[in-house]
Design a binder for this molecule. Structure first.
Ligand code: ASP
Length: 486
């Protein structure tokens, strides 16, 4: 009897969790007893890292750039006419804007209602911080001979600058130093800078450097492939035929490589999951349980909205939807990269949900790069959670007004568009949202511990949103897609 791939992937995920908990338990017991980490744990971790993240994810990443190029050129050149490209394009964008807006709204409503940053565990974090700030005030006053706060109890600018320096130094030398340095590199950027540097500039780059970048510059590849596809259609006839045939053939060949990779995915997924669980362990949820619950609750609500959209506008019911995209969903959940999942998403959506490759080849690479519902939702929840904990302290004079909420809303959407489709990307672009409301970025590391876990939920939601987008546009365009080329 041949076991179905999705069942094997599921077994792989479960086996990974078991292996991970086993390793974490052995490690914890050795450390609690005052012994060093057993050597075999480090060896097993090395193998898990080699087989999962290094080989499997490396192979997926290897095919993303040529896949995006070939699939978009093939998609555009197989459309009956340019009017069709325009129709698919605007419907896809309208769907992305609509669903991302819904996602952020759900996240903001839930975090404001549940108030995870006001629960007991969060209040302990706040109390600890208040004690730390008392200490800092004393140190500042002793070092500078100036008062840290004015007559109204407000922190003076000199003290805030000094505080930021101290915190920057602590974070830059702590065990999360490398992740923190990514955050500090991203601060001081306005939404305008993000728009110019992360959206416009990458669009207009040399296609070879866009293909060669690591991770690939997807926006640049998409823009160039669109241009190439349109030019092929406009030139048409015998002249453009070799170029068109080349990209169609390339697309088919890369999909073959995708099939090979899918067949080893259950084993690779066990390794990725095992490593992740062993590194983090269940302890991380002790203080951040409410926060994780809020993010996951909001994501589940958003998934319900997406499923309703798929059923009503896309004509695909929940069961058929799940059967169609379960492999892509599980791979997104484990790899935490929409880009790495892209080949499988295209395969699932076209082969199992009958979406025309003409739509899928165009909209899915675009969606993986720009449409991140889970990420947008998460950015808003995370920043408000931090404001709930630290709001009103010396260096966080932020009030949760309508204006602050609106600013968080807009920047969360922008940050999700700017985020690369790779693990942890949302955490880095969150700096934009935090900076927009003047939340010091040295408060972000507190949520590092659970980020990988939450990234699984947001990435799988991102991929789900992209897949439903393709289903919806396919349904809306099906009449015209059947029309003969003009
Ligand atoms: N990992 C996510 C993705 O690839 C992006 C994020 O970090 O939110 O879709």
């Amino acid at each position: 009897m041949k076991i179905k791939l999705h069942n094997l992937i599921f077994v792989g995920m479960a086996a990974g969790v078991v292996i991970g908990i086993g390793l974490w338990w052995v490690k914890k017991h050795a450390l609690d007893a005052g012994n060093p980490e057993p050597a075999f744990v480090a060896q097993v971790m090395w193998w898990l890292d080699l087989l999962g993240p290094t080989i499997f994810m490396g192979a997926l990443k290897m095919i993303i750039a040529p896949l995006i190029l070939a699939s978009i050129v093939a998609g555009v050149t197989s459309l009956p006419n340019m009017k069709e490209l325009g129709a698919i394009g605007w419907k896809t964008m309208a769907y992305y804007i609509g669903t991302t807006t819904i996602a952020v709204t759900i996240g903001l409503v839930l975090v404001l209602v549940i108030k995870p940053g006001k629960q007991a565990a969060a209040m302990e974090i706040r109390a600890k911080r208040i004690a730390e700030l008392e200490q800092y005030r004393g140190d500042y006053e002793a070092a500078s001979g100036k008062q840290a706060v004015d007559a109204n109890g407000l922190a003076r600018p000199g003290y805030i600058t000094w505080l930021a320096q101290q915190e920057g130094e602590v974070a830059a030398h702590g065990h999360e130093a490398s992740r923190f340095s990514k955050l500090s590199g991203a601060k001081d950027r306005t939404p305008g800078d993000i728009f110019k540097d992360d959206i416009i500039r990458p669009l207009l780059t040399n296609p070879f450097s866009a293909l060669a970048a690591s991770p690939p510059n997807s926006l640049g590849i998409i823009f160039f492939s669109l241009l190439l596809g349109i030019a092929c259609t406009v030139v048409g006839g015998e002249k453009a035929k070799p170029v068109i045939s080349f990209f169609h053939a390339m697309n088919a060949v890369i999909m073959k490589v995708t099939h090979w990779l899918m067949s080893i995915s259950p084993f690779a997924i066990a390794c990725i999951m095992g490593k992740l669980v062993a590194e983090n362990g269940p302890e991380i949820f002790e203080t951040l349980g409410w926060y994780c619950g809020t993010v996951i609750g909001a994501i589940l609500l958003h998934v319900c909205v997406l499923v309703v959209i798929a059923a009503t506008i896309g004509g695909v019911g929940p069961i058929r939807l799940w059967m169609g995209i379960r492999e892509a969903w599980m791979i997104a959940f484990t790899t935490r990269s929409s880009a790495a999942t892209l080949p499988i998403t295209i395969e699932n959506v076209t082969k199992k949900l009958d979406v025309s490759p003409k739509v899928a080849n165009f909209s899915l690479p675009l969606g993986a790069t720009m449409n991140m519902d889970g990420t947008a939702l998460y950015e808003g929840v995370a920043v408000i959670f931090l404001i709930q904990i630290y709001g009103g302290l010396d260096d966080v004079s932020i009030a949760m007004t309508m204006m602050t909420t609106l600013l968080i809303f807009i920047t969360a959407v922008l940050a999700s568009v700017g985020a690369a489709a790779v693990p942890d990307a949302g955490l880095v672009t969150m700096v934009l949202v935090a900076s927009a409301v003047h939340l010091p970025i040295y408060y972000i590391p507190i949520i590092f511990a659970v980020d990988a876990f939450l990234d699984m939920f947001r990435t799988s939601t991102n991929v789900l949103g992209d897949s439903i987008g393709a289903i919806v546009v396919n349904r809306l365009e099906r009449g015209r897609l059947r029309a003969p080329p003009s």
